[in-house]
Structures are given as C-alpha cells and as structure tokens.
Design a protein around this ligand. Structure first.
Ligand SMILES: Cc1ncc(C[n+]2csc(CCOP(=O)(O)OP(=O)(O)O)c2C)c(N)n1
Ligand SMILES: [Mg+2]
Length: 360
C-alpha cells in the first residue's frame, strides 16, 4: 500500500469521522453436517430440557418449587446447538437458564434438586431456579439482574486469555437485556480489547409482557454490534444444526484473536415469562402457529426420519429414556435433604486466600 492511500492514524482531529463499518461474521459453516448419532444426541438434549421443565412446571404448581421459575420451553435449539459447538468453553446465562445448564452438562438431578431447593442441587440448594452454577462443567451461573451478567462474561474471557487457554466465554441474554446499560458498556470493552466472547442474544420477541417493537426503535438486535465495531450475525434459531454451525463459526472467530462476536438468534418462548405469568399480552394463535411452524424438536425429529432414516420406534425409545431420566431427577430431588441452616452464609464470598480457579 502506498503511503498516500494509507489512512492516517486516529487522532483528536479525526475523532467522530467516518461511518462505522458493518462487520458481518464471514466464516463459513466450520463443521461437517451432523452424523445420525450427533443429530440424535441433539434431539435427546432438546427433549431432556423440555421434559425436565414440564416436570418443573408441575412441581411448581404443587409448591415443591418456590420463588421464581422462568421456563425455556420453545428455545431449546439455541442452548443445545450452542453446546455442540462450545462444549469445553465457559458459559454464563440469565435467570432463564435451566436449559443452558442442562445443555452444558449439569446433570438433571443437580438441576432438579436446585429447583427444589435441596442440598444436593448444583448450588447446594441456596441458589434456586435463577442461580444454577456448576464449576465442574464451567457453567458460570444464571443471574437475575437483566443484563447484569454480560460484563462478567468479559472478565471470564479476560481470565481465560490471561491463563493462555484457547477457550471462549459464551454469554446468553435476552432481547430485553440488549437495552440495558451494562450490556452496552460490556460490548464496548469486549470489542476494544478483542476479548474471546461469543455474545448470544436470544431474541424471543418479549421482555416480560413487552414485545420488542415496544422496547426498542431498532428490532435487529445484532446491529447493536455495529456501534462498537464488533462482528455480528442474525439468524433464525429453530434448526439446531444451523445454530451449531453458526456458533461454531463465531467461536472460531473469537478464539483466534479476531475479537468477540454478537450473534442474535431468533427464537420463541411458549410459556409465560415466569410461572406466575398467564401471558395475556399475546394471542393464543401466535403461540400455536409458532409451535406448528417452528418447533425445534419436531423439526429435528422430521429430519432424523426423512434424511437419516431413523425409525419412529427409535425416536420413541429416546423419548422413553428421557422420560425415565426426568422422573429419576424428580425422585432424587424430592428425597434429598434441605440445606443445613448453619450453611446459610456459605458460598457468598470465596474463602480468604483461595487461589483463583480453586473456589468451591
Ligand atoms: C435490571 C433489571 N431490570 C428489570 C428487571 C425485571 N425483569 C426481569 S426479566 C425482565 C425481562 C427481560 O427480558 P429479556 O432480556 O428479553 O429475557 P427473556 O425473559 O425474554 O428471556 C425484566 C424487565 C430485572 N430483573 N433487572
Ligand atoms: Mg426476551
């Protein structure tokens, strides 16, 4: 490049000039298509989340689960597709995180026991539905403050890079969170420092009862990346294989030092915002139509039958396995003890002197 065509370095004189480039993720699908066994695994993973949450809803109405409870039903393809691309990475999520925890490998028993508030739960029964945490699979928690965990993803990614790990932090949040201040600040710094983060905005079109077009003048949430110079992509999330591919592409971008990526994945929740929301703000037909057209579990089952030649009997066998696993998780939770009240203040701060990475 000749000196005359080189752009001058940024300086105070030039501040604010020039349009921000729109950086679209330009990595093609990095993985070969799913084998039959891989797709069956994804199908199993999605069914597992759905059945465990259906049981959780039942337990909630029987008052075996108390407090808040936000179900992920309908969105399963996002967490399960992402897990297939980032199994060994760090994850962090919001309060709608039962599905993410299960997809990342927290066992159904530990998840259900946590929902029941029992000592055998992932967070010793002291976190509950919104605060499942399991360091053994690097599931760095669910968080209740909307957008509040997004800056934490930066810290996790910074630490991973400082330790020389070739790993990213995958950060899940909602469309509502993408309107929150901490989100903007975190995005800005992640792009500046080229942190290895894959930000996944799960756009389910609602923040509590408010549809996206009544929360934000901009409804393409991936465009939030543009203002901070971050790479972005928007995709539909019904097809678990497609999610797996695009998250793998985003991961490849982030882990090779090219900086973070904002993926906006369009999805839909079938239940109310939480167990106490009758969801009167949207017509029933909207939900029914969506299930009919885009249910991720039905879509995977259809593909397994038509493209992979899997029989209905084989799919039924997976369903039966998942059913037994969920029933076992309920039994385990119900039979487990409540935490000892003497442990009430445990796990709030890391014990003094605990080396980083060795906390409980
Ligand atoms: C800072 C903050 N403001 C408000 C709330 C109350 N609140 C809880 S969930 C929620 C909606 C968030 O919607 P979204 O980010 O789209 O996630 P979704 O529930 O759809 O998964 C709100 C406003 C909160 N928990 N924290
Ligand atoms: Mg939402």
């Amino acid at each position: 490049m000749s000196p005359s065509t080189q752009s001058p370095p940024p300086s105070p004189d030039r501040a604010g000039t020039g349009p921000a480039a729109d950086l679209i993720l330009d990595i093609e699908d990095p993985l070969p298509p799913c084998t039959t066994d891989e797709l069956l695994d994804l199908y199993r993973g999605m069914l597992r989340i759905r059945r465990i949450e259906e049981l959780a809803a039942k337990a909630y109405t029987r008052r075996l689960i108390l407090g808040f409870c936000h179900l992920y039903i309908g969105q399963e393809s996002v967490a399960v597709g992402a897990a297939a691309a980032t199994a060994d990475d760090y994850w962090i999520a919001s309060y709608r995180e039962h599905g993410h925890a299960l997809a990342k490998g927290v066992t159904p028993r530990k998840v259900m026991a946590e929902l029941f508030g029992r000592a055998t739960g992932a967070s010793h029964g002291q976190g509950g539905s919104m605060h499942i945490f399991d360091r053994s699979v690097d599931f760095m928690g669910g968080y209740g403050i909307v957008g509040g965990h997004v800056p934490l993803a930066n810290g996790i990614a910074w630490a991973a890079r400082a330790r020389g790990e070739d790993r990213v932090c995958v950060c899940f949040f909602g469309d509502g969170a993408a309107n929150q201040g901490a989100f903007f600040e975190a995005l800005c710094l992640a792009a500046l420092y080229k942190l290895p983060v894959v930000f996944i905005c799960e756009n389910n079109w609602y923040a509590m009862g408010t549809p996206l077009d009544r929360q934000s003048a901009l409804t393409d949430m991936s465009l939030r990346a543009r203002g901070v110079g971050m790479v972005r992509e928007q995709l539909e999330g019904w097809d678990v294989e497609h999610v797996r591919q695009r998250v793998a592409a985003a991961r490849q971008h982030a882990v090779t030092g090219r900086g973070p990526v904002l993926l906006e994945i369009i999805t839909y929740r079938y239940r109310g915002h939480s167990m106490s929301d009758p969801a009167k703000y949207r017509p029933k037909e909207e939900v029914e139509q969506h299930k009919e057209r885009h249910d991720p579990i039905d879509l995977a089952a259809r593909r397994l039958r038509t493209r992979h030649g899997v029989t209905q009997e084989a799919l039924d066998a997976v369903r039966a396995e998942v059913e037994e696993e969920a029933a076992d998780a309920w039994r385990f939770a119900e039979e487990s003890p409540f935490p000892d009240p003497a442990t009430l203040y445990d796990y709030v701060y890391a014990p003094t002197g605990t080396p980083v990475g060795e906390e409980d």
